[in-house]
Design a protein around this ligand. Structure first.
Ligand code: HEC
Ligand code: HEC
Length: 357
């Protein structure tokens, strides 16, 4: 764990693990390790960084022949992992940069293939995202739709407050865009792998033409995301006491309290169902004052209107079509739930606690 952390830190500064070993030798700080490394690899070229098997868990049930077939098609259609084809922007050069940025900054959590199984992942809750389902939570499109490229840029730049996902504000614009494009490439690659593996499993082979068609139709869905961006149904209202009160009623009437609890702290049930990545989903504690997708009124509007894809949190855009101002009331109510946590309204003041009895 410690070594992984050190390698990760040096990786960030452009010093690969091999340079680190050399440095340790020079500093005579770790003779045993140096000796071991020299015995293993000799004094020539640094050892190549091993890349994991290009296809992973999705193909577990396939024979080695079919696995090789799927891997070959993935490589042909999506490009090699070190420089995959882009999904939105053009030019493969940026994805080489995306690859190296991802390896340095993201792999410890998200895993080299973006499957969410980096070395640190099992210690984190919520877990780092597996990008290979093509599902993203904090987006500005309706439930179940693909994210905008801008949504991902925002997540990587600002991080997800209240989770381990850090803000990478210090990355320059070029690197930021490149790493986001790389995440998108991993997502499409993962989705295609799942589809091709299913075809291979059912048909005992994959027709290259069918594979190319599948790839193209996946890309079309991604490219269509822009048209789906949510526009507010009505202009923002001022955050008055009356609006907060109306939001409070809607919180109960529209079923929010059923998951988030009457006090908004999300303690109603242990679980409200599994998420798209196979883990129990937990309603967020709305009284923390921290929202992963942002705390501005517009951010919360998108969250409530669009829901949170891949989780049981539904979108309310269609339900509230006829009462569009209710969406703003709900936003105001959620924003009014104050940090630090307060006791719910339902607890009368000055009730003696068990301790004082
Ligand atoms: C220390 C661990 C950690 C590191 C390092 C990390 N992430 Fe994350 N990331 C997370 C966690 C945890 C989540 C899931 C949070 C959640 O589901 O609420 C996440 C989620 C995401 C998401 C999904 C957002 C959404 O809308 O669903 C993206 C995109 C992302 N990370 C990109 C990156 C990129 C790019 C890097 C490297 C530049 C990176 N992450 C580095 C922990 C990390
Ligand atoms: C079926 C259960 C369910 C219902 C109904 C529900 N939510 Fe949620 N909500 C969730 C879950 C689960 C999460 C956390 C999702 C995750 O990231 O895993 C969540 C997260 C949130 C968040 C956090 C967003 C962020 O940026 O971190 C807000 C805000 C929210 N819900 C508001 C509401 C409001 C307002 C309503 C009613 C209009 C509502 N929810 C209805 C289950 C529900």
């Amino acid at each position: 764990m410690m070594l992984a952390h050190v390698l990760f830190r040096f990786g960030e500064k452009g010093l690969g693990p091999w340079c680190l070993v050399q440095r340790m030798i020079m500093e005579k700080s770790c003779r045993a390790l140096a000796l071991m490394c020299l015995l293993c690899v000799g004094c020539g070229e640094p050892p190549p960084t091993p890349l994991p098997d290009e296809i992973t868990t999705e193909t577990e049930d396939l024979s080695p022949r079919l696995r090789r077939q799927v891997a070959r098609m993935l490589r042909e259609l999506c490009g090699p992992l070190q420089a995959p084809h882009t999904v939105f922007s053009d030019g493969d050069a940026s994805l080489k940069l995306g690859f190296s940025t991802f390896q340095s900054y993201c792999t410890p959590c998200h895993g080299a293939l973006g499957n969410g199984q980096g070395t640190m992942s099992e210690y984190l809750d919520p877990r780092p995202r597996n990008f290979r389902r093509g599902v993203f939570k904090f987006v500005s499109t309706p439930y179940g739709s693909k994210p905008l490229r801008n949504d991902l840029l925002r997540t990587v730049r600002h991080g997800l407050p209240g989770t381990a996902m850090p803000a990478f504000a210090e990355l320059n614009e070029k690197r930021l865009a490149a790493v986001v494009d790389y995440v998108l490439a991993l997502a499409v690659r993962g989705e295609l792998e799942i589809v091709l593996s299913q075809i291979a499993f059912d048909e005992d082979e994959v027709d290259p033409e069918l594979a190319a068609e599948m790839h193209e139709s996946l890309l079309e869905v991604w490219r269509g995301a822009d048209e789906q961006a949510i526009q507010p149904l009505s202009p923002e209202l001022p955050m008055t006491a009356a609006s907060i009160q109306a939001g409070r009623s809607a919180f109960f009437l529209e079923g929010c309290a059923g998951c988030h609890g009457a006090d908004g702290r999300g303690r109603t049930r242990d679980t409200v169902g599994d998420d798209a990545w196979g883990r129990p989903s937990k309603p967020w504690d709305l009284t923390l004052g921290t929202f992963r997708g942002g705390s501005d009124a517009e951010d919360l509007y998108l969250r409530i209107a669009g829901g949170i894809s891949g989780t049981p949190m539904p979108g309310y855009l269609a339900t509230l079509q006829e009462r569009p101002e209710t969406l703003w009331h709900l936003v105001h109510f959620v924003r009014s739930l104050p940090p630090p946590r307060v006791l719910p309204d339902t607890t009368p003041p000055n009730v003696p606690t068990e301790d004082t009895n």
